[in-house]
Design a protein around this ligand. Structure first.
Ligand code: GLA
Length: 414
């Protein structure tokens, strides 16, 4: 709804944008790497950050748009210093944070860190503690040249006292403890534009207000790197697609490609579905040991271009005539979404292997007539009134249908 081509809605959008965390960044889903899925606390180090930055260049990932090197939980010492400042763990950051951020910037990349609204981060390191430290923490980020701040929801106000790591009976709404950090980031934007990633695990329907608070928001609990996570998160994304748009995107969580719990088919569906849902594409794997098979998936130019399309609208499910509708918690076979120069169709064999066919006239955004299309994993191309693919269990096909080369239709009667 936010971006419907209707004057009133466009005017409403601009009013809305004016009150948002609108510092001119996050207009496309961000692409990069995060340390958490790689080796949790052990990967929150300068060595991992710099090694990954080198590999962004040598593996050609930077040229494809992967940009952020984000360090997740565990990068600080266990307590703040006497002035309440966060202290980078000297065993992980022997030259401090700024030296690493500077090197990463010199390579044309961006650098991100992680914090938490509660008393402690999820792994027990200092949090911003009810935002007592929001302004001071942001001033440290600015001083170091940090470009991205993920903000977690552990040890936040809770009816249970002391607050547990994951509160089941929150004493308030996430917005209350995310607002001061949003304001501190906005307050600093003349010196540094920081991407603010809300990590409240989809609580309090974050997609309904996330746009006013950050540039991306986690809409679910963690991706655990198994097929059940892909099903749980991917199926939930369909119902909230309308909330993603330039400046604010549903974050389906870090990609877990290369996980031993996902086979090659599941990896392709994971990447393809996250991409068409306009999720940030944040690699959660060790680039030192990445397989050629996984590299081929994450380097798929056609799928990346669909994710980064300037329209920024997320695909959602549709059901062709005579086919069963979506099943809760399962990956529906048929997805579609608008692109600035066409339509993307996702065909997912998430429930069973089989032949998946669609007539373009049944696809939202398309109609009667002949269209040019291209499938991004197989490279198949064609022209016609529909497509059909035999798809193995848990695999996916991502088809770009180009309206520009659509065959002529009968002109409408005057
Ligand atoms: C939470 C977040 C994860 C990760 C860990 C770190 O679980 O959802 O993405 O940041 O904390 O402890």
């Amino acid at each position: 709804m936010k971006y419907a081509p209707n004057t009133l809605l466009v005017a409403l959008f601009w009013l809305r944008a004016a009150e948002a965390l609108d510092n001119g960044i996050g207009l496309k889903p961000h692409m990069g790497w995060s340390s958490w899925n790689v080796a949790q606390c052990d990967a929150a180090s300068a060595r991992y950050a710099l090694d990954t930055a080198d590999r962004f260049i040598s593996l050609g990932l930077k040229d494809l748009g992967y940009e952020y090197i984000n360090i997740d939980d565990c990068w600080t010492t266990r307590s703040r210093d006497g002035s309440g400042k966060l202290v980078p763990d000297p065993s992980k950051w022997p030259d401090g944070i700024k030296a690493v951020a500077d090197k990463i910037h010199d390579m044309g990349l961006k650098f991100g860190l992680y914090g938490c609204a509660g008393q402690q981060t999820c792994a027990g390191f200092p949090g911003s503690d009810g935002n007592k430290h929001a302004e001071s923490d942001v001033s440290q980020l600015v001083e170091w040249g940090v470009d991205f701040w993920k903000y977690d929801n552990c040890y936040t106000p809770c009816l249970d006292n002391p607050p547990p790591q994951t509160c089941q009976r929150p004493a308030g709404n996430t917005q209350e403890w995310y607002a001061p950090m949003r304001d501190a980031i906005l307050g600093a934007q003349d010196t540094r534009k920081i991407h603010f990633n809300l990590c409240n695990w989809g609580r309090d329907n974050v997609w309904e207000w996330g746009y006013d608070y950050g540039h991306s928001w986690r809409m679910s609990v963690d991706n655990w790197g198994d097929w059940e996570s892909v099903e749980r998160i991917g199926s939930a994304a369909a119902g909230i697609s309308e909330y993603s748009g330039p400046g604010g995107f549903n974050d389906l969580d870090m990609l877990y490609l290369g996980s031993p719990k996902l086979n090659a088919n599941q990896g392709r569906l994971h990447f393809g579905l996250w991409a068409i849902a306009k999720s940030p594409l944040v690699l959660g794997l060790d680039l030192a040991t990445i397989s050629d098979e996984t590299l081929a998936v994450i380097r798929n130019k056609g799928i990346i271009a669909i994710n980064q399309d300037e329209l920024g609208k997320a695909a959602t499910t549709f059901t062709p005539p005579g086919k069963p509708g979506p099943e809760s918690g399962k990956i529906h076979p048929y997805w579609a979404g608008p692109l600035s120069d066409g339509v993307v169709i996702g065909l997912c064999a998430g429930i069973s292997a089989g032949t998946y066919a669609v007539d373009f006239k049944d696809v939202p955004g398309l109609g009667e007539g002949s269209y040019a299309w291209e499938e991004m994993y197989t490279g198949d191309k064609g022209t016609g009134t529909g497509v059909s693919f035999d798809i193995d269990l848990h695999d996916m096909r991502v088809i770009k249908v180009t309206t520009a080369t659509q065959a002529k239709r009968e002109p409408a009667a005057l």
